[in-house]
Design a protein around this ligand. Sequence first.
Ligand code: ADP
Ligand code: ZN
Length: 430
Amino acid sequence: MFWDREIEALPRPELEALQLARLLRTVRRVGEHVPFYQTRFREMGLDPASVRTLADVRRLPFTTNADLRASYPDGLVVKGPEQVVRLHTSSGTTGKPKALFFSRKDVDEAAELIARCLVMAGASQHDVLQNMMTYGLFTGALVMHYGAEKVGMLVIPAGPGNSERQLMLMQDFGSTVIHTTPSYALYFADFLERKGIDPRKDLRLRTGLIGSEPYTEETRQKIEDALGITVFNSYGLSEMNGPGVAFECSERNGMHIWEDDYLVEVIDPETGEPLPDGETGEMVLTSLSREAMPILRYRTRDITSIHREPCACGRTHARIERITGRSDDMLIIRGANVYPQQVERVLMRFPEVGRNYLIRLEGLDEMIVQVELSGATFDGQLEHLVRLQEQIVEKLRAEIMVRPKIELVAPGSLPVSEGKAKRVVDNRKL
Ligand code: ADP
Ligand code: ZN
């Protein structure tokens, strides 16, 4: 099923022609109306009129997280006739947030992309969406909300947390689709287990739109098994309108990235040089149709690769691989490069492991991984736990080249945040 077959299955030559027309318009507009880019172009000696092909995108300047912060509150907004109608900020963990502005057309286009994603995941106006993301300045909940209304779904703006109330809403209104983070999905699954609720029998849930933080295929499996749903990976970032940037189709072989609105590149994060399709690096996105606040070559820091082979679903838009983390997530532990996702992948393969974990770095480079057990394992025999602990240490050492200390803890005992999960606590005194 398609929301807008014409654009979703647009033959690639036409898609690329559309991208080019929109890229040229974007470059011209920022060159005329955004002092930040005017200065950049001048510094680089770049004449916007000399940009003529899609490959010329490589001649444009990057925009970084630091640029967005430095231009706070509104330094990147087009000083043009379009009315700005909405403000969002990015969750930003430290310092000032990043402010993102939307025109009416931007708000509508963001909803349009969500509608494509929802229909791609098999949802229709007969579905009830329980939106468990944080409402407010964060794009996650509101952008999804408007897109789902466009499809005609009944939307329950539940917000995050308060599992008792989530359950009540699900039971009373027959929610069929949930939108949440992987960490909350797992936490909620635990909560249902403790309440003795069998989601397959007692609830009508069918589909999970799960994203906003990285997770592994193993975690997807755990969520699907525990909640009896099909999980679709959902990717977005506030800088590019929030959710709806890339999303899985029924093939679930990567996330289609909506190329009529985003020009995608993958670069070597060290050198900034573009990498060929299929190679893994940092994703860089240029918005092609944003009116209020176009952004050129945004360095997402998200690690992935691009695939442009045709997809069996019939959509022509490229696919990006599951995001394996952010380039700035990388930890250096005793000289080894370690990504939290590598740890997650190993842990979630153990059936005895429950649904949450925390990496703690202490003292002089000591790595401790706290691992929640499943209920049955926690109540099991001590020798079994000792053996399990040794197995986890060995598997982790083989994956990350560091020998961590493992602490097995009770189900539900590690902290859960309402927004994005905090997987690493770094208390090192180095
Ligand atoms: P912040 O940068 O403050 O976290 P956002 O809320 O806009 O702001 O988060 C966007 C980021 O969240 C992305 O750049 C990416 O790192 C992460 N993210 C979002 N969806 C996914 C997903 N499906 N898989 C992996 N990471 C994701
Ligand atoms: Zn597809």
